[in-house]
Design a protein around this ligand. Structure first.
Ligand SMILES: NC(=O)c1ccc[n+]([C@@H]2O[C@H](COP(=O)([O-])OP(=O)(O)OC[C@H]3O[C@@H](n4cnc5c(N)ncnc54)[C@H](OP(=O)(O)O)[C@@H]3O)[C@@H](O)[C@H]2O)c1
Length: 339
């Protein structure tokens, strides 16, 4: 406590005071030009009833300009000036097709501000232009594997996109279905660099901004059923998705007390360019994969992610596995050439 305090005359008597103390984050880390602070509210009996992170700017007049984490308590006196209220911003990697694009449309419809990334500039620009008629959109043409480029892109986010409420770590790919002994090591590198390292970079770089939002913030990491079950040709792809699951669980441990939720979403067969990429553009193989399967569609994934991000702030869905009804498990394989 460094003397920054304010009396909150909450008409519902939920809290009598809102105390602010500096936390061991600094403005540079948050990269948003605002100062991250930790807020506590106390009941009349002096019991700490809640804590959350918030952003405070010396330019804002007094405590009422601070994002108030207690809105869910109905404490209207703690509300910031309406015009200072932070709009929810979602950061989506891989928004140029499939799940990412469907999420961008879904969140735009609901009025969230968007930060969208992808490597294919034309597609990204077209999507940003289209959605900017509905909401605020910022596009970043960047490869998630490029750590320096990710650092620069995120550090340079405009102030209005500074605080992130939702991160959808979606950019990812599978390359090939050949058995391991026939695989190209470059493909394995690409999968690890994208699905593991790209997701790591994005997460680490955005954590201060998610923590600055605090209660109600969410990270949704795209895992896969391939991270839960073994199947031929899954080798490194499945292993990268197993990483995603464990990384997400471990993150939760480190984010305790911040209010930031973490979920691994683990889809099965979904129809998107994913399989075209996996089959190196082989359209016939793509068509055969989905024929008659009634696969999950990107819109289904977007609806699920939107629901996950809007569950009550005290609820964390650790992992969620989705399959089309048409998909189940194959049996174990047995080598019968030994008898
Ligand atoms: N479809 C499925 O059956 C399925 C099932 C389970 C899990 N998943 C996972 O869900 C996620 C999305 O898949 P999807 O079905 O939507 O596939 P998709 O349609 O192929 O979309 C993948 C997205 O990732 C982006 N991306 C790939 N590499 C990137 C890189 N190095 N840097 C930046 N962006 C990159 C692509 O954009 P650019 O090419 O423009 O960069 C694209 O926007 C992936 O993580 C995938 O592993 C998919």
């Amino acid at each position: 406590m460094t003397g920054l305090a304010a009396i909150c005359s909450c008409p519902q008597k939920m809290c009598v005071a809102l105390w602010i103390r500096w936390v061991k984050l600094n403005a540079a880390q948050a990269g948003c030009g605002l100062m991250p602070v930790e807020c506590f509210s106390y009941s009349r009996q002096g019991r700490k009833v809640d804590s959350s992170y918030a952003c405070w700017s010396p330019a804002w007049p007094g405590i009422l300009a601070v994002y108030c984490p207690y809105r869910n308590h109905g404490c209207v006196a703690c509300e910031p000036n309406q015009e200072k209220e932070m709009t929810s911003t979602v950061f989506i990697t891989g928004a140029t097709s499939g799940f990412g694009e469907a999420c961008a449309r879904k969140f735009a419809e609901a009025g969230w501000s968007l930060v969208l990334t992808g490597r294919r500039e034309e597609r990204l620009n077209a999507l940003c232009a289209e959605l900017s008629t509905q909401t605020k959109v910022h596009g970043l043409v960047v490869d998630v594997r490029d750590r320096a480029a990710m650092e620069t892109a995120i550090a340079g986010l405009p102030a209005e996109f500074a605080t992130i409420r939702g991160l959808i770590n979606n950019a990812g790919l599978a390359l090939g279905v050949d058995p391991a002994p026939k695989c190209d090591l470059d493909d394995w590198d690409t999968m690890v660099d994208t699905n593991v390292k790209g997701l790591m970079y994005t997460t680490r770089l955005l954590l201060p901004r998610l923590i600055a939002h605090g209660r109600g913030a969410s990270i949704i990491n795209l895992g896969s059923i391939a991270g839960n079950y073994a199947y031929p040709g899954s080798h490194v792809y499945g292993a990268t998705k197993a990483f995603v699951k464990q990384f997400s669980l471990n993150l939760r441990c480190d984010l305790i007390g911040t209010g930031v939720r973490v979920t691994t979403l683990e889809p099965g067969l979904c129809e998107s360019e994913f399989s075209l990429v996996r089959f190196a553009g082989d359209q016939e193989r793509y068509d055969a994969t989905y024929a008659g399967a009634e696969a999950i569609q990107p819109q289904d994934i977007a609806d699920t992610i939107f629901w996950l991000m809007n569950t009550p702030a005290h609820v964390n869905v650790n992992s969620l596995e989705l399959m089309p009804v048409s998909q189940t498990w194959a049996g174990f394989a047995i080598d019968r050439t030994r008898g």
